[in-house]
Write a protein that binds this ligand. Sequence first.
Ligand code: IVH
Length: 690
Amino acid sequence: MDRGAVGEQVIMKTKEQTPSSERQAAKRIDELRRLLLEHDYKYYVLDQPEITDYQYDQLFQELKGLEEAHPEYLTTDSPTQRVGGVPLSQFDKAPHRSPMLSLQNSYSPEDILAFDERVRKFLKFNGDVEYLCEPKLDGLAIELIYENGELIQALTRGDGEVGEVVTSNIRTLRSVPLKIKGSHWPPRLEVRGEVLMLKEDFRQLNEQQQESGATTFANPRNAAAGTIRQLDPKVVAQRPLRMFCYSPGTREGLEFESQMKFMEQLKSWGFSTVGHLSRQVSNAQEAVAYYHELEGLRHSLPFEIDGMVLKVNSWKLQEALGNIARSPRWANAAKFKPEQALTRIKDIVVQVGRTGALTPVAIMEPVQVGGVKVTHATLHNEQEIQRKDVRVGDWVLVHRAGDVIPEIIEVVLDRRPKDSQVFQMPYSCPACGSASVQVEGEVIRRCVNPLCPAMSKESLKHFASRRAMNIDKLGDKIIEALFEAKLVQRFSDLYKLKVEDLLSLERQGPKSAQNIISSIAKSQNPKLDRFIYALGIRFVGDQTARSLARHFAALDPLMSATQEELEKIEDIGPKVAQSITQAFGQKELVEEIHRLLELGVKPQSPPSTKKEGGMPLQGLSFVVTGTLPMGREEVHELIASLGGKTSSSVSRKTSYLLAGESAGSKLEKAQELKIKILNWEDFQNLLKGA
Ligand code: IVH
């Protein structure tokens, strides 16, 4: 999660300034709560974050500290009180005041026109009907109930009449307001929407699940649904769920001209919506055009959508249309063509991951799914493969989940070959032959041989990967070839490679060999967090690596940190702390790190904010332009983390223009206004001096 550029409203206070008197504490608590809620709103509803995650955390921690010191000021709507309550043994049930209906589906643009025909016929109306077109979100429906502006209950859809009470879980979602913003709301407000997981968050969660030996999820929808069913709200709080709202429950006390107006109101009440992806159209033809537009956008959206929902815009007409059976007559779901395909399983192989996890993978006849050729699908683990009973020779329906991972939906049993055999997970590691183990409580079987070649190869791939050392020209295939040829066995070997070594590989031309060597050389100054992540310590994903880098700011103190010290860091529990101390307790890893450093790898410490007296760029505002050695976003983040502000246009208020190569009009404007201009080196010096 990245909160992007810095904003005006960050108020940072250091320990020394912490108010001591009761009155001041109460005032600061109130101020912090308002700030945090406002930043949640900017992030989740307006999609215009103004502070970094780090700054948010600091405000949050300050509030938590003050509330602990002054428990008398604690209120249930405080942002710190999202995670509360004890794990449940089961969910209670509660009725919906107004039933949660479903939508009639249609599968083609012609169906949209037919739906419009039915609407006009029912209304005995010949003219055009106005619609609001919204994306059909692929998550699970939830109803939020507010009384006197406060969230008092959240229900799942259940059977439409009675849902499960999932209030404690839903409270942990920061996109769900605990209190409605503003003042003009009915005494009881019911708002419905979809809870989902962003594709990127899903990918990261699955990676973490894999690291810890837990089950991975087949798709973002399952991950969201599985999370909401968790009985412990603390688990839910750690999973990145979002909620987007799109309809009222009971309409008592609500008077709106149109769905569009209602959506606008939801947004100003503080609910997150997909208003930016919705469009008001004046007739069904325009709706069809938007359906095609949305389908084109589908893959570039941060979450999964499976169609467009078409709603008669006028609430008056909606009322006139009413319901038919269990669906409203005024709405229709125009589904996109399912991105599924039929193919045959040629083989099931077992792959050994970096952490030794054995994962069954189906090798399929190549097939196009949603415009991409698919040949492999993960079968996750033994349990999953048994549940789906996938066998070699089976015909299966495949789908791409989260737009990346191919998933086997089901086996077409009618077409199963007569002699097919149930798949048996091997008990020994397919790469090194040593016995695998399954730790109690984990679903994953692992190879625990530290010398297993498959694990070494995978660790190398991880080391070079984009979010680790980012050696972009060093693909998986080349790593494998280098490993097999014994040219590279461990990370440090990469930095000893020469063009000649690469040329000794089959089908390796001089130009690409040179590119690979340059790309390795370019990776020598990674950010500290990327370096920590690249080491591939179990349970240390990129988030944890970032916390570690931020906390220790250098390798040495991290390597000598004790279990207790590590556990004091936010987000690091005993399991992770133990894994870190264990890793750095290994002579092999420590020696390998020293070899890397000797070969010129130099992890870059994050800019320190604590040691040098808080926020060195506090009060300064920057405009960044032109091409710089670091991405624009990263520079913004860096400035923000040091307390500076960034803006996209030069004005008299700008303190500095940071200009890279090919800077254009902003440079001219800055010269005109006599704003100080920094090149990259000046900027570095400013940071050092700061
Ligand atoms: S309006 C009468 N709007 O689709 C139902 N639903 O098949 C009114 N959904 O249960 C729901 N995106 O879970 C509505 N923009 C959207 C939606 C949406 C997804 C889901 C929702 C609902 C299901 C109906």
